[in-house]
Design a protein around this ligand. Structure first.
Ligand SMILES: [Zn+2]
Length: 384
C-alpha cells in the first residue's frame, strides 16, 4: 500500500488542436504515472461505407518502472467502441519495449513515449461527442504484479465533414496506395518543426497508374518513361489559389540512378493549392518543367496544373496527394478529404502482389459507384 502510494498520479489529456483538457479519473490502485493525450482532434472520414475516426493517443510512462499493458479500450461513455488487446496493440503501438515483449506482454518503458494509432470504424453508430480511453495494466509491487486501470485522453471529435475534392488525375486505373498499418507509411511518420510534432501525411495517398493487368510499366521498369503514370496530367481538385510551388528538382531518367533525399527534400517538385481557410492540397514528386502555375494564381477545379513525375524521395513515378492545415509540407497536420466520385475497380489485399498481378475484383455485393468517400487502402479506382 505504502509503495503504491508513492506512485505519482498524473493523467491528463490535451487536444492542442482545440485546446481541450481531459478530466482525471482514478479507477483503482496501483497508479503508475502515465501521461495520456490526444494532441490532434480526431477527424471523421468515410471509407468503404463506414465513418472512420483517425487519431493518435500518446502515452508516456513517467514512472520509474515498466507498465505492462493488458488492453486499451476506446470509450464513448457508456459504450465501449473498440478494445485493443496485446495482438492489436502490437500492430498499433509504436515505441514500446519490444525487446522484452512476448505475444502476451506489451510494456511501456519509462520516459519513452509511445503512440497508439487509432482508426476507429463506427460501424453505423453516430459520431461520438467525446472519446475517452481506459488503460488496463499491471505494475510490479512489493507483493508481486498488481493489476489496475485508469482513464484519460479525453477528446471531442471534429464534427464537420471532410473536404470534398474533385479528381486529381484523369481516368484510371489508379491504385490508391496507402495502409495505416504500414510502420513507415505516411500515416505513421511524425515530423518535428519549430518544436511541434505533426503528421502531415495522416491521410496521404500515393496514386500509381496501372494497366488492366495490374502492371505499372510497359517494358523495362527502370526507365521512368515506361511507367503508365509518368507525365499524366495533374488536376486542381477544387477552385483555389496556388499557395506555393517548388520546381528546382531535376529528374533521373532511370530508377537505378535516382539519388536518396533527406526528409526536407522528400517532396521533390510540388504545388500547394489553398482551397479553403487553413486547407492546402499538396501535390508532390511532380515532373520538372511540367508545373503550369505560379504562386498567387487562381485556378478552377479540373485545370491541368502539373504532370506526374519522379522527383524527391520516391521509388517510381507517382502522384503523392495530401491535404494539410498549413502551407508547409512537413510543418502541418494532415486533414481528411474525400473524393466527390470515383468507381471502385478492386483492391490489393496482399500488397506483395502489387505491380505483378491484377488486383482482386470487388465482391458482387460491394458498391462500386462511390460518392464522397476516401478510397480504401490499396484500392484500385477510376476517376471520371
Ligand atoms: Zn507519398
Amino acid at each position: 500500500m505504502t509503495q503504491t502510494l508513492l506512485f505519482t498520479i498524473l493523467l491528463f489529456a490535451a487536444a492542442i488542436c482545440e485546446g481541450q483538457r481531459g478530466n482525471i479519473t482514478n479507477e483503482s490502485f496501483p497508479h503508475p504515472s502515465l501521461e495520456l493525450r490526444v494532441p490532434c482532434q480526431p477527424s471523421p472520414v468515410r471509407i468503404q461505407g463506414e465513418t472512420t475516426l483517425y487519431y493518435e493517443l500518446h502515452l508516456t510512462n513517467r514512472s520509474a518502472q515498466a507498465i505492462r499493458l493488458h488492453k486499451i479500450e476506446v470509450l464513448s461513455p457508456p459504450n465501449v467502441l473498440s478494445v485493443y488487446q496485446p495482438d492489436a496493440l502490437r500492430n498499433r503501438l509504436s515505441m514500446t519495449d519490444h525487446r522484452s515483449d512476448t505475444s502476451e506482454v506489451i510494456s511501456l518503458v519509462p520516459d519513452r513515449p509511445a503512440i497508439l494509432y487509432v482508426e476507429l470504424v463506427l460501424k453505423g453508430k453516430p459520431l461520438p461527442s467525446e472519446l475517452n480511453h481506459r488503460i488496463s495494466y499491471a505494475v510490479n509491487s512489493p507483493t508481486g504484479l498488481q493489476n489496475g486501470a485508469m482513464q484519460g485522453g479525453v477528446v471531442k471529435p471534429e464534427t464537420h465533414a471532410p473536404l470534398i475534392l474533385g479528381p486529381p488525375l484523369r481516368g484510371g486505373p489508379w491504385a490508391a496506395v496507402y495502409n495505416p498499418f504500414w510502420k513507415r507509411g505516411h500515416r505513421r511518420v511524425l515530423y518535428s518543426k519549430n518544436g511541434t510534432e505533426r503528421i502531415p501525411g495522416r491521410f496521404a495517398i500515393d496514386f500509381i497508374k496501372l494497366n488492366k493487368d495490374g502492371q505499372q510499366t510497359v517494358g523495362d521498369q527502370d526507365s521512368i518513361v515506361h511507367w503508365y503514370g509518368y507525365d499524366q496530367p495533374v488536376l486542381a481538385v477544387a477552385d483555389g489559389t496556388i499557395s506555393s510551388v517548388r520546381n528546382d528538382f531535376s529528374e533521373s531518367v532511370t530508377l537505378s540512378k535516382h539519388p536518396a533525399y533527406p526528409a526536407e527534400s522528400a517532396t521533390g517538385n510540388y504545388i500547394s493549392l489553398q482551397i479553403a481557410p487553413d486547407r492546402y492540397v499538396f501535390y508532390e514528386h511532380l515532373k520538372p518543367g511540367g508545373i503550369q502555375v505560379k504562386p498567387g494564381q487562381m485556378v478552377k477545379k479540373g485545370t491541368v496544373i502539373a504532370r506526374v513525375g519522379f522527383t524527391g524521395q520516391t521509388t517510381g513515378p507517382h502522384l503523392h496527394l495530401h491535404v494539410a492545415d498549413n502551407d508547409s509540407p512537413l510543418g502541418a497536420e494532415g486533414v481528411p478529404f474525400v473524393f466527390d466520385h470515383f468507381r471502385l475497380l478492386g483492391e490489393y489485399e496482399d500488397f506483395t502482389t502489387f505491380g505483378k498481378s491484377r488486383w482482386q475484383p470487388p465482391s458482387p455485393q460491394q458498391n462500386t459507384d462511390i460518392h464522397q468517400e476516401r478510397p480504401g487502402p490499396n484500392q484500385v479506382i477510376q476517376f471520371n
